[in-house]
Design a binder for this molecule. Structure first.
Ligand code: GLA
Length: 479
């Protein structure tokens, strides 16, 4: 794929790509509501997505299955400000760009595990070939991650409602591990994967385990995901750093029973898997070829709903080697042919130091033609004519949160969103892209929130940003 990259401090920055979306919007709770269907023409990574209702797409730790030509996305629904279980959401799409909210597939339970005072993560759904039922596997836990098991839920319809059945049993006992994934082989056999590398084979009804076919072989190795190409299995996972990013790595084997051979990192080391954590690999099987789509999460506690984003990238798969050598800010997939191609976000650029931009507060001009502030309430605004507006910023180790509001020519708020400017290494990225709006004059205001991404890992270590800085580089206006 042709790429245009910008380099800053030796780090590959971004690929310009194209995206379009049609939204009719009005202000909603923390997001905005759409009265018409979103139309996006690319897969965009690292910026908030909005569903057909104008709400942020909240489906992290996700997987996707295809049914009758439609893709169904299942993932953790989050609320900002809390880590408590908020239900597992289901969305559908026919192009992998535009997501329709279908249901809270598994809602918060009234009591027990997966109630409003617990943790529920990494839902994975498979259709059981022998019963025709849909089975969802989940990590169920207490809020402090102290008492976990792999749970399962079943539904007759793909969108649910799923009934939670408690722990899946192996020899009559629950599997007391946390990060999990699933893999369905071509012969219809289903597997549950656990952090460290355990693989359990499901019984034909998918409701209990028949045998453990692979024992944990690696320390950490969270967010396990397996895919298969030809006769080779690829086992992906992350280091154990909580929601902080790390360089995820993978193994290959000709049998799920191993032996598994460590192959290396999935993305260039130091990029921290392009600032994400693996959750699933979707084979997009078409008439011409198969694109393997890496699905990762760019977590953002305490704004896991409004500011956590998705890193979905085409994986290069060649023999025992897989790679994501560049970060595709936007790319296209022809789901019929299975062929991926580049996209490009094209527009007029307005630099941070342009006089059209009105700053309030104490913004500093950096050497990098970037304007920065970490003071709560500092803001900038500008008015542009067009249909779509993007914001590029310098994500950095002391990056914080910003809020963006777009008002139309009548002064009506049409959109509001969060932006997370944290990255362990400095990198200029597209941090926000509005959907395509009605051609009008829009006033965009970005406000520094004076808050940041942080997380206390299971080990007690606190990770995340060291500051609340919002560094703004340029605007992209699409007419
Ligand atoms: C890791 C896991 C996530 C979640 C967080 C919480 O990132 O992969 O599923 O449990 O830790 O710290």
């Amino acid at each position: 794929m042709a790429i245009v990259t910008i380099r800053l401090k030796g780090i590959s920055m971004f690929k310009k790509s194209f995206i379009a979306a049609i939204f009719f919007v009005f202000f909603g709770m923390g997001a905005f509501n759409l009265s018409a269907q979103t139309k996006s023409k690319a897969i965009l990574s690292g910026i908030p997505w909005f569903d057909n209702n104008g709400n942020t797409v909240s489906a992290h730790g996700a997987n996707i299955i295809k049914e009758k030509g439609k893709y169904y996305l299942f993932g953790e629904g989050h609320k900002d400000g809390t880590n408590a279980f908020a239900g597992f959401n289901c969305y559908s799409s026919s192009d992998l760009y535009n997501w329709k909210f279908e249901s809270i597939a598994l809602p918060v339970q009234l009591t027990g595990k997966l109630d409003s005072n617990s943790v529920g993560e990494r839902p994975k759904v498979m259709k059981c070939p022998s019963t025709g039922e849909y089975v969802m596997y989940v990590h169920a836990d207490t809020l402090g991650y102290k008492s976990q098991y792999v749970g399962y839920a079943t539904a007759k319809k793909i969108t649910g409602p799923y009934s939670f059945n408690g722990p899946i049993l192996f020899n009559g006992k629950p599997i007391k591990k946390w990060d999990m994934g699933t893999f369905q082989d071509k012969d219809g056999s289903g597997y549950v994967l656990l952090h460290g590398g355990d693989i359990y084979k499901l019984n034909p009804d998918y409701k209990s385990i028949s045998e453990q076919i692979n024992k944990a072989f690696e320390k950490g190795f969270e967010s396990p995901a397996i895919f298969k190409k030809d006769s080779l299995y690829y086992f992906l996972g992350s280091d154990l750093t909580g929601w902080e990013r790390n360089d995820n790595y993978y193994f290959t084997a000709t049998s799920l029973k191993g032996p598994w051979t460590k192959q290396g990192f999935i993305a260039p080391p130091g990029t921290l898997t392009w600032n994400s954590q693996t959750t699933f690999v979707l084979p997009i099987e078409g008439t011409k070829e198969t694109t393997f789509m890496f699905m990762g999460d760019r977590w953002s506690f305490p704004k896991q709903n409004s500011a956590a984003t998705y890193i979905w990238q085409p994986l290069q798969v060649d023999g025992h080697k897989i790679a994501m050598p560049v970060f595709n800010e936007a790319w296209k997939i022809d789901v019929k042919a299975g062929v991926n191609s580049s996209g490009e976000i094209k527009g007029n650029e307005i630099a941070a130091n342009d006089q059209q931009i009105i700053y309030t507060g104490n913004w500093q001009q950096d050497t990098l033609a970037v304007k920065s502030s970490d003071t709560k309430g500092d803001a900038f605004s500008f008015t542009v004519k067009g249909t779509q507006v993007g914001i590029y910023g310098l994500a950095r180790p002391d990056g914080g949160y910003a809020n963006v509001i777009i008002r139309n020519s009548k002064g009506k708020t049409v959109l509001t969103s969060s932006i997370d400017m944290y990255s362990k290494y400095p990198t200029v990225l597209l941090k926000f892209l509005s959907p395509v709006l009605k051609n009008d004059s829009y006033t965009v205001t970005l406000t520094v929130l004076g808050e940041r991404w942080w997380w206390k890992e299971k080990s007690g270590r606190v990770s995340g940003s060291k500051g609340d800085v919002v560094s703004f580089e340029k605007i992209m206006v699409i007419e």
